[in-house]
Ligand binder design. Sequence first.
Ligand code: ZN
Length: 226
Amino acid sequence: MAQAIASRPRPLEDELRQDVVRFCQLLHQKGFLAANDGNVSVRLGGGRILVTPTGTAKAFLAPDELVVVDEKGQKIGGLGEPTGELPMHLEVLHRRPDVEAVVHAHPPMCIALSLVRSPRLNDVLPEVMLSLGQIDVVPYARPQTEALARSLAGRIERCDALILERHGTIAVGVSVAEAYFRTERIEHAAQVLWLAHALGRPLPLAEPEARALREAHARGRHIRTA
Ligand SMILES: [Zn+2]
């Protein structure tokens, strides 16, 4: 089980608000969400969580539009209402005390791959295996429900990024930036895998190499790509 890292300094609230807005804009620019889709949360400390508001286009989000809630989801501050996916964010933050931020997006290739029966997602791309580890597809649950939040149990503890069947992705990180970049990585992997599936059946790595990569990821010896 992941452990909270108590000694990590947390940025000031103003910086976190700027981070959320900046990466929401990037999610939109990259085509990882459309219109009002997607949502982001980050811990503020003292049990407070900063979340994106419901019904807001992420391309035009402003720092003062973000909403503050407590760990049970009760609103503490902000003019609007929190994202409809708040139960999913709270579930993830509860299950991952080692992370600070959660990014939920709708990247098209990840969604497309989740619609295909048994796509080969794992044991194919070595750097994805090292940086993200196992890519799990979470079976369908209706968006914005407690059922969707509960569906992450047992998966988000072992995966830093997940594909939600017919829906999108959820990624965690020690910062909004890390959660965003994990979203970018999983969508890039999905693009490569989609191309491979279009050409034929992607071939897995030889098992000894795949096992070595899985073990390297488990030990946290991630390769940082340039
Ligand atoms: Zn969604």
